[in-house]
Write a protein that binds this ligand. Structure first.
Ligand SMILES: *[C@@H]1O[C@H](CO)[C@@H](O)[C@H](O)[C@H]1NC(C)=O
Ligand SMILES: *[C@@H]1O[C@H](CO)[C@@H](O)[C@H](O)[C@H]1NC(C)=O
Ligand SMILES: *[C@@H]1O[C@H](CO)[C@@H](O)[C@H](O)[C@H]1NC(C)=O
Length: 327
């Protein structure tokens, strides 16, 4: 009896240790960086104006460094240079409007709610292979630098909750290890991709809560895709028809479902057949659809009604009841 009780205690303790370890990992980009070993200290600096001097003091702690509520106009390549021993760098809150990345040693970089406006990367003849995880979230970032292509080691790229409007997926073509791409909760009206683009390792793609009408590269550019989040956009119904068929054919799991659609609801995704009044938006929509999918060329000829009345009612691979969670 006593033995059993002790056994149970051991199990309980193990669970607690695992949970605690899970929470610690969460601080460092929700994954276990290679460098992260038991006993590594988390250096923390709060509410200071960053200078060479303040950062140098922290540089010796190694492992994980978290700068919270700190201020500096520009987090320069020189500051990255001071952090040769740091594996995981978090910039959270405070005011850091510009960051110019330059590090061949960082594993994880998290920039969260820092008022970021510009993110650049130093041109380098040697690509940045070490950085596996990059999160830029809850900032004012409006455009992506083409030099993202230099971050060839990236496995996870989280760009959710920014103010991106146009994203060219072509810059991600060189990131052959990229597994997770989160572009949700931005203002994206166009997701462009050069013809023939392939992101061969991509498993999880989130583009929910944007202003997309169509997404021509989906799913052809993502041969290994497991899950997708598409809800909360302005999808054209013809695009939803095609996507639904593709989702079923490729066995992709589509998470989430739109509720309270102002227009017609189709298998969990709201879609809109109104031809936009503004000439600019109209040409954008038609252009995207035409360049990506010739079979939708009928859109340009106003033959939407025919498509609508003959829409299949087969349910798509959308799982109802999954809730989008934003932190
Ligand atoms: C930094 O500022 C935050 C918010 O103003 C406050 O909660 C925190 O206690 C401060 N930390 C230090 C070390 O002053
Ligand atoms: C900070 O250090 C870098 C080199 O480590 C140097 O180039 C730069 O001038 C220094 N900045 C200040 C303000 O001292
Ligand atoms: C559309 O459906 C109607 C019946 O609902 C049918 O008469 C018509 O032939 C269909 N058109 C096409 C193009 O499949």
């Amino acid at each position: 009896m006593l033995t059993m009780a002790r056994h149970r205690d051991v199990i309980l303790l193990t669970v607690i240790v695992l949970l605690t370890a899970g929470c610690l990992q969460d601080v460092c980009g929700r994954a276990v960086p290679h460098h992260h070993r038991r006993g590594d200290r988390v250096g923390r600096l709060q509410n200071v104006t960053l200078t060479n001097a303040t950062l140098s003091r922290m540089a010796h702690t190694g492992g994980e460094l978290s700068l919270e509520g700190c201020e500096i106009e520009h987090f320069t390549p020189a500051l990255f240079g001071l952090l040769q021993r740091t594996g995981c760098l978090t910039l959270r809150g405070g005011y850091i409007p510009a960051v110019t990345f330059h590090s061949h040693t960082l594993d994880t970089l998290v920039i969260d709610a820092t008022g970021l406006k510009t993110f650049e990367i130093v041109a380098s003849a040697v690509p940045y292979e070490k950085l596996r995880i990059l999160h830029i979230t809850r900032t004012g970032l409006e455009r992506l630098t083409g030099r993202l292509a230099l971050l060839v080691g990236l496995k996870r790229l989280d760009l959710s909750q920014n103010q991106l409007t146009h994203v060219d997926l072509g810059v991600l073509g060189a990131l052959i290890r990229l597994r997770d791409l989160d572009l949700s909760v931005n203002r994206i009206v166009r997701l462009d991709a050069p013809a023939g683009l392939q992101l061969p390792g991509l498993r999880n793609l989130w583009v929910s809560y944007n202003r997309l009408r169509a997404f021509g590269a989906f799913p052809g550019a993502f041969p290994a895709l497991d899950t997708v989040r598409l809800i909360g956009n302005r999808w054209h119904c013809a695009w939803v028809d095609r996507a639904r068929a593709d989702i079923m054919r490729h066995g992709i799991t589509a998470f989430g479902a739109d509720y309270d659609c102002p227009a017609e609801r189709q298998g969990g995704l709201c879609c809109f057949d109104d031809v936009p009044a503004s000439g600019e938006e109209q040409s954008t929509t038609v252009g995207v659809v035409e360049e990506s999918d010739q079979s939708n060329a009928g859109l340009a000829n106003g033959d939407l009604t025919l498509r609508e009345t003959n829409r299949s009612t087969v349910p798509i691979g959308v799982r109802y009841g999954n809730v989008e969670i934003f932190l």
